[in-house]
Design a binder for this molecule. Structure first.
Ligand code: ADP
Length: 177
């Protein structure tokens, strides 16, 4: 059996930063369960099914990575899946406050729960799913930011004449892109 950790998130879409954290997690844990949060916001770019399918495709040769979707309390989903270890990524100080609150609240909900933070490689420290979405929808290249199957899926779903076609989909952009 070995030890297992859960890596929860929206993964809308999964980026090279997430993949980096999963690979680092596998150095410590025998198995990682990637837990895809259902309906993270009112209007996710990709459906839960699409997000799960994409992560499975990326790790199809890695038997130690399992992917499931979940809703409700993470501590309950973790318990049902036989683990009390959660992995999260820390990119910068800006992630810290939110993560700190979540970790302590999860510990309050289940005293067994422990959260481990991992730093990605420097090159992914600026990367977020939101920025990837905005860059793609505004017509920029996301080649070095996401695994191949994600870029392919985005093209399939939203077309190649992205800037014109999907401008509205970009919604509120950062203002600098
Ligand atoms: P959420 O919507 O809960 O913030 P995400 O799917 O964006 O979830 O991210 C899941 C986890 O992965 C979080 O711990 C987040 O900090 C981490 N993460 C996101 N992007 C990166 C990245 N580029 N490098 C390392 N960790 C990341």
């Amino acid at each position: 059996m070995g030890n297992k950790a859960i890596y929860p998130g929206s993964f809308d879409p999964i980026t090279n930063g997430h993949v980096d954290i999963i690979r680092r997690g596998l150095k410590i844990f025998d198995r990682i369960l990637v837990a895809v949060l259902e309906n993270p916001k009112k209007d996710p770019l990709l459906t839960t099914k699409e997000r799960v399918a994409m992560i499975r495709k990326i790790f199809k040769d890695q038997k130690k990575v399992e992917v499931k979707s979940f809703h409700g309390l993470l501590v309950e989903f973790a318990r049902e899946n036989g683990t009390n270890a959660v992995i999260r990524g820390l990119r910068a100080i800006s992630d810290f406050e939110y993560e700190f609150q979540m970790a302590l609240m999860n510990r309050k909900l289940s005293s067994e729960m422990e959260t481990l933070y991992m730093m990605p490689s420097l090159e992914f420290s600026f990367l977020s799913s939101n920025l990837v979405k905005e860059v793609f929808m505004l017509g920029g290249s996301v080649r070095d930011l996401v695994p191949g199957p994600v870029e392919t899926k985005l093209r399939e779903k939203f077309g190649t004449n992205k800037r014109v076609q999907n401008y509205e989909k970009a919604g509120k952009n950062a203002g600098y892109l």
